[in-house]
Design a protein around this ligand. Structure first.
Ligand SMILES: Nc1ncnc2c1ncn2[C@@H]1O[C@H](COP(=O)(O)OP(=O)(O)OP(=O)(O)O)[C@@H](O)[C@H]1O
Length: 258
């Protein structure tokens, strides 16, 4: 099974009118692999992520995904209903701002339980128990299960968003600056948690970050973007310890300097 990629992107381009969002991006993502997309603001990271997750329609290029039955499927040719089902079950999407990925006015338990109901779980007791287990896994006290996320801190909201995404045992999770809006000590704890979950669940993930320390900690491989293009791509440690492109060298030296 693992000799076939989970996701295959070929020549993905997205233009906003005449402006380049991203151009000619190709890569394979393997099962259990974490890929970081890094680059400065405006380099095209979010555009690429949204194209991959079918939240944006690329101008050209193909994205294929290996569904659970083992077939490589062209996402553009998949019916809307099937794609939505995939997004609700086999994929997760963690937004930088948890409010974009949570329902702020329903309880924490319901935020997690809802995703289970989307995959057909109907038994209230089971849903509540599984939701409670997931709250524990993301270090939210069970006594908060009936509270709404608007009463949570930023870090708790982000952990709840992660639980909501992972409860259906997805195979692929997209993350857009998952630690972006949090302060440093909260970020460190969240990164630890994400790293543990990704490892324990054998998840594949594509993580957009402008923070090379996040890429170092979470990813196996990374792609460096500049002006919509991938200018360097390789194993994370290799790219960070021995960057080949002048631009990556600059990025690494400016950020990793103490
Ligand atoms: N909806 C849009 N309409 C027009 N241009 C856009 C749109 N979204 C992004 N762009 C442009 O596409 C390019 C890539 O933007 P994108 O948001 O993908 O970069 P990014 O690397 O994710 O930046 P950031 O880290 O600031 O989010 C930029 O030039 C941006 O101005």
């Amino acid at each position: 099974m693992t000799d076939a990629p989970l996701l295959r992107a070929r020549d993905i381009s997205k233009f906003y009118g005449a402006r380049i969002g991203c151009q000619n991006v190709s890569f394979d993502l393997w099962p259990g692999e974490v890929l970081a997309i890094v680059g400065e603001s405006g380099s095209g990271k979010t555009t690429l992520l949204n194209c991959l997750a079918t939240r944006l329609m690329p101008t050209s290029g193909t994205i294929e995904y290996r569904t659970r039955d083992g077939q490589m499927r062209d996402l553009a040719r998949m019916g809307e209903a099937e794609r939505r089902f995939l997004m609700r079950t086999d994929w997760g999407f963690v937004h930088q701002n948890p409010a974009d990925g949570l329902r702020m006015t329903v309880s924490a338990g319901a935020n997690v339980g809802e995703r289970l109901m989307a995959v057909g779980e109907r038994h209230y007791g089971n849903i509540r128990e599984t939701a409670g287990d997931w709250l524990r896994r993301v270090e939210i006290g069970i006594d908060r299960i009936d509270d709404q996320p608007r009463a949570f801190s930023g870090g708790m909201r982000q952990r709840l968003q992660i639980a909501r995404n992972l409860v259906t045992a997805p195979r692929l999770v997209f993350m857009d600056e998952p630690t972006g809006g949090l302060d440093v000590s909260v970020q460190a704890r969240l990164l630890d948690l994400v790293r543990g979950l990704v490892h324990d669940l054998g998840l594949s993930a594509i993580i957009v970050t402008h923070d090379l320390a996040v890429a170092r900690l979470l990813s196996h491989r990374m792609m460096v973007m500049k002006d919509g293009h991938v200018i360097e791509h390789g194993l994370t440690d290799r790219v960070l310890d021995d960057p080949r492109e002048a631009y990556t060298q600059l990025l690494v030296s400016s950020i990793l300097q103490v």
